[in-house]
Design a protein around this ligand. Structure first.
Ligand SMILES: *Cc1c(COP(=O)(O)O)cnc(C)c1O
Length: 387
């Protein structure tokens, strides 16, 4: 284990807590990313992929009937309309361009809901790189359509049977696979998590959401929103939209975690209400753990929020009071999904539905502007939604 006090810290959070075998690959990645982000050719290639493959910019949709029901003015940032149906693709196209620049021969990824796996498989196929995705067997069962999509896109899906058989175990497996062949392999990490430089790099790739949304709402309304809301699994769609508004002191930033079926350990994934600082998957952050530091099991109706740690930048935004974090129960998220379907003709992902559920609790004056990041579409969740 090594604590790198150089970059990669968000206040006391973040860092790089990894076995010695990963230090070199992380240094190599950090250097390659630092050079790529300054290179106009890389920036142009990324812009072109976002415009012509991902489908950016995504629209900002005024939710008129939902607004009337809530007494607010609700705008939705439509990441559900991106290619493959969630914000994950913004990050995977960026990382896969970097993998090609680094001349890596194959990519690997972990996945929970399967959206990151599908997005990685799609971007890898387009780049002609073989792709292996690690996925917990519980997640494979509840997100079967995404397993089929990954296979169609040419990826190999490796079932992970260990531990809770969800995202945590898939991530451990992917890190292990990377350390055993880092010379040829690029690890496409799916959220603003993990050892430095991943949390910063993933935030940068997702910041396109916030940059677009800020300009779009200014154009549409002539003012900034009072509050920006996003669901928080690892924290990438939320940090992606928050990042553009951090300097706008008058804009409240609210992240919504999975409240599951109750506040007892094992029944939720609300790291900020039930967790404490600790280290998981290479980063120091808020974590659901017991008194002895054993990682606790988590539960959420949405596979994408079902993870015991949160991105370190969120831990810092909360510590300094710049963002606050709420949670929504399984039941309220389900209700919010049905509500958006009926009122707006949009089928949201169960993850995004946690952000929508929060709208009923937002303490805003009548008619105030609220911007919600609709991180993905709900087709993958039809099995759960219709049950
Ligand atoms: C993966 C996923 C999430 C959670 O991940 P973050 O890194 O917190 O954004 C949220 N919504 C959707 C649709 C997802 O696929």
């Amino acid at each position: 284990m090594r604590k790198d006090r150089g970059s990669g810290w968000f206040g006391p959070f973040g860092g790089r807590f990894v076995p010695e075998t990963l230090i070199e690959p992380l240094n190599e990645l950090e250097a390659a990313y630092a050079s790529a982000r300054r290179d106009p050719k890389f920036k142009a290639a990324l812009r072109s992929e976002l415009d012509t493959f991902v489908g950016r910019p995504t629209p900002l949709t005024f939710a008129g009937r939902l607004s009337a029901a809530l007494g607010l003015r609700v705008w939705l940032k439509r990441e559900d309309l991106t290619h493959t149906g969630a914000h994950k693709i913004n990050n995977t196209v960026g990382q896969i361009l970097l993998a090609r620049r680094m001349k890596k021969k194959r990519v690997i990824a972990e996945t929970g809901a399967g959206q990151h796996g599908v997005a990685t498989a799609a971007a890898a196929a387009r780049a002609g790189l073989p792709c292996v995705v690690y996925m917990g067997t519980d997640d494979m069962a509840r997100q079967a359509p995404n397993v089929a999509r990954m296979k169609m896109l040419g990826a190999t899906v490796v079932p992970v049977e260990s531990g809770s058989k969800t995202l945590k175990d898939a991530t451990s497996e992917a890190l292990r696979a990377w350390s055993s062949d880092s010379r040829n392999t690029f690890y496409v990490l799916g959220s603003a998590l993990g050892p430095h430089p991943y949390p910063s790099m993933v935030r940068d790739f997702q910041s396109v959401i916030g940059v677009e949304a800020r300009a779009q709402i200014l154009k549409a309304e002539g003012r900034l929103p009072k509050e920006v809301v996003a669901c928080v699994g690892g924290g990438s769609n939320s940090i992606g939209i928050f990042s553009a508004f951090i300097k706008d002191r008058g804009v409240r930033l609210t992240g919504v975690e999975a409240g599951g079926t109750g506040s007892a350990p094992g029944r939720h994934a609300a790291r900020f209400s039930g967790g404490s600082p600790g280290t998981l998957h290479g980063t120091y952050t808020y974590l659901l753990q017991d008194a002895r530091g054993q990682v606790l099991p988590t539960h959420s109706i949405s596979a994408g929020l079902d993870y015991p740690a949160v991105g370190p930048e969120h831990a810092e935004l909360r510590r300094i009071g710049r963002a606050k974090y709420a949670n929504a129960s399984d039941k309220d998220a389900l209700k919010a999904a049905h509500e958006l379907c009926r009122l707006e003709g949009i089928l949201p992902a169960l993850e995004s539905s946690h952000a929508l559920a929060y709208l009923h609790k937002a303490r805003l004056k009548k008619g105030e502007l609220i911007l919600v990041n609709l991180s993905g579409r709900g087709d993958k969740d039809l099995g759960t939604l219709c049950a």
